[in-house]
Every structure is written in C-alpha cells, then in structure tokens.
Design a protein around this ligand. Structure first.
Ligand code: FES
Length: 222
C-alpha cells in the first residue's frame, strides 16, 4: 500500500467521508453539527438513499461507539482497502503519510466511530527525531494524535513538507502541526496543539495506553 499519498491522496478523501460520520462536530467550515441520525434522514428525504447505502454510514450506533478511546483499544483503518481492519505495526512505515483510524474495543469489536472526535491520525517516525515528551508516548516512534483540528474542527488530513520537514496539515485554514514536538502548531490559526493519544505495544499489537492528553478539537467541542 502506498502510504505516501500527500494531502490530495486518500488521506485527504477521508475529510469528506468524515462529514457523513459526524455526530457531534462543532466544525464551522467542513461539516454540519447535525446529529448523524438527523443528517441521514435529511439525506434520504433528499433522494440520496444511494449515498446512505454506502458502507460505513448506516445508522448503526452501538453501545460505547461514542466513548473516547479506552486503554487497551486497538485501531482500525478508517478507509481504503483495509477499512475496518486492525492496524498492524508492520503497516506503519517511518515517515510515511499518517493513517486515519478509529479506536476499537478488541473484546466487543465496537468501533468507536459514533463521534468524529474519536478520529485519530497514526504515524511512525524516527524515534531520534522526536522530542523527549513525544518519544515517551511513542514506542518505536509510533505516535497517535487526535485528527480534529483545534481551530474549527476540520479533520487534519494533510502530510506536507514545511521548512524541510513533514508536518500534519489541516485543509480548511492551513494550520500545520509538528508531530515530532507533540503536534505543536507551527503555522496557521490553530490556537493549540492536537491532543496526543499515548500508545503502547502489547505482544506485538498496537494499543491505546492512556486517554487523550489535552483537549480534543476546538474549544467549543465536547
Ligand atoms: S479548522 Fe481551521 S485550520 Fe483547521
């Protein structure tokens, strides 16, 4: 799988898909804040039943699917040919474009896709390139951040070069975050860094180690 797709590749397409997944988004520019059920009813009333039949947008809420990532959760791909499959460590190549993923309870198999505030970007970087705080939450350089921009809540889908290093980029107003330094803001209007989701490796599997560190999304989000 070519994971060096850049902002215009599949990683960017995820932003559009995230719109229909929205249940609690406060984003002003990318998506509506309409609850998912209401949004789906509106689609059907508008003759968009075919769109509603696409995989992954059925009204299939499950207990726990809107809970924030829990310790022990695994990750599943948000999109692409591996959509819904558990992310294996071997699939994360150093410095390749991030993967957009959801956490999943490995026991109940509930994917926590009931709130887009649970969207996570997962990437692997050279551990030597990380600052000490970031490295402490990134075993073998694998690191996870909230995918929700802290400016207005768009999904951070870009992976671009800035001043010679790759950074995460929000497509809405071009905020950029340095994943090597705790996703600190290096450009644009975002007021603060992305929330970090510490991960660990357990028997070769990548799992959530702790809850998000920092607030997820913009100040108005839940
Ligand atoms: S929502 Fe404005 S920069 Fe991300």
């Amino acid at each position: 799988m070519d994971r060096n797709r850049g902002v215009r590749g599949d990683f960017a397409a995820a932003a559009q898909k995230s719109v229909v997944r929205a249940r609690s988004c406060r984003c002003a520019s990318e998506c509506t804040s309409v609850p998912r059920r209401v949004f789906l009813r509106g689609m059907l009333a508008g003759g968009l039943a075919a769109s509603a039949a696409q995989p992954g947008i059925a009204d299939d809420t499950k207990p726990g699917d809107d809970e924030r990532p829990q310790p022990g959760d695994v990750f599943v791909f948000f999109e692409g040919e591996r959509q819904g499959k558990i992310v294996a460590l071997a699939e994360l190549k150093h410095s390749a474009a991030p993967a957009l993923v959801w956490p999943m309870d490995p026991k109940s198999k509930v994917v926590r896709d009931g709130s887009r505030l649970n969207q996570v970007v997962l990437l692997a970087l050279d551990p030597e390139s990380l600052d000490s705080n970031t490295r402490s939450a990134a075993p073998d350089g694998v690191i996870a951040y909230s995918a929700i921009c802290t400016h207005a809540g768009c999904t951070v889908t870009g992976w671009v070069q800035d001043k010679g290093v790759q950074v995460l980029k929000c497509p809405c107003h071009n905020s950029e975050y340095d994943p090597r330094r705790g996703a600190t803001v290096v450009f644009g209007p975002a007021p603060r860094h992305l929330a970090m989701l510490p991960v660990s490796i357990d028997n070769g599997a990548l799992i959530v180690a702790k809850s998000f560190i920092g607030k997820v999304g913009p100040s108005t989000s839940a």
